[in-house]
Write a protein that binds this ligand. Structure first.
Ligand code: GLP
Length: 254
């Protein structure tokens, strides 16, 4: 990358709004059009400030935002670089599939790091949603899900201990395990909301604290209508797009 790319004329517009935002947008655009590429080093804060004729504080603020968004990475002692661009995963919202199936369809090999698995006394939430009776216990399986070395999501699933008496026996796929015991869900309600990552989850997903993430709650049902699974997942916001196919409803068609 040639640092000549950076100049006040090219970047700063008099009525263009806050300077750090203008610089941030310019760098985003330069990455999007390939003028600067993943792995390229940005000029130092001092050089960038001089080239773009803005303060170092302005440069620092623009860079901090881009690091938080995952477009830039900072390596201590060696500078700021354009982050490797992970191709975004498009996740359909119409099919009830497992993580393993979703990734297999993309030819992505997945693995999991177990964060927790065991039998516990249920929380009030788990009791209500899973329809547990007094004295019933809950099986929890929590995993960090990766594609290669890249953490993609954290999944915390809860099921009745009756459905999953031995969480330790779950292999690479929870749904394959449930399939074997005749407890694979056939329908689910999924809620998706955006949130900024807290420390623990940010560390697990290897992205900065406060970065955007998608929180997904899935409540899944057996053919009988009984709730079999409550899963709360955190997906990286810089990697995932959830895609829903929308159709005109019957009523609107008449
Ligand atoms: C998806 C769902 C989870 C479900 C998981 C099962 O990721 N969001 O609710 O538990 O799939 O995936 P697997 O069968 O690969 O463990």
């Amino acid at each position: 990358m040639t640092s000549e790319l950076f100049s006040a004329e090219a970047i700063i517009l008099p009525q263009g709004g806050p300077l750090y935002l203008q610089l941030k947008r310019w760098i985003e655009d330069a990455v999007a059009r390939g003028a600067i590429k993943p792995g390229d080093a940005l000029p130092s804060e001092r050089d960038l400030a001089a080239k773009v004729e803005v303060s170092r504080v302005t440069v620092r603020k623009a860079v901090q935002h881009l690091v938080r968004d995952g477009l830039l990475i900072q390596r201590h002692g060696s500078g700021t670089f354009v982050a490797p661009q992970q191709s975004r995963v498009e996740q359909s919202l119409s099919q009830l599939t497992s993580f393993t199936e979703d990734m297999a369809r993309r030819g992505m090999a997945v693995r999991a790091i177990w964060l927790d698995r065991g039998i516990y006394d249920p929380s009030p939430d788990e009791t209500v949603i899973l329809g547990l009776s007094p004295g019933d216990r809950v099986a929890r399986v929590a995993r960090l899900r990766l594609s290669g070395d890249m953490p993609l999501a954290i999944e915390r699933a809860a099921l009745s201990a009756e459905t999953l008496p031995d969480p330790g026996s779950v292999g690479s796929s929870l749904y394959s395990h449930l399939d074997k015991t005749g407890n694979r869900p056939v329908r689910a309600i999924q809620r998706i909301r955006a949130a900024n990552l807290e420390e623990n989850d940010a560390r697990l997903l290897e992205i900065p604290v406060g970065a955007a993430a998608l929180h997904i709650e899935r409540i899944a049902y057996l053919p009988s209508g009984k709730v079999v699974e409550l899963t709360r997942s955190v997906y990286r916001g810089d990697t995932y797009d959830f895609v829903a196919e929308l159709r005109v409803g019957e009523a609107a068609r008449k």
